[in-house]
Design a protein around this ligand. Sequence first.
Ligand code: FES
Length: 64
Amino acid sequence: MEENKEISKTEVIIRPMGPVTIKGEITIIDEDGKEIHDKTIVSICRCGISKNLPYCDGAHKGQM
Ligand code: FES
């Protein structure tokens, strides 16, 4: 089990009627293969109306 020591825990939280929030070591790569995010927390839009896709900008709150 020595190999698993290097794997850090990452949490994926699905928000009701909102984004998926990911906490942990994250790299997001766009459709062109470009690395666009390497921070440790990000909220990804699931509703499609964010003006900052792929990220949630809170616009989903107006849809409830
Ligand atoms: S989930 Fe928040 S703007 Fe889409």
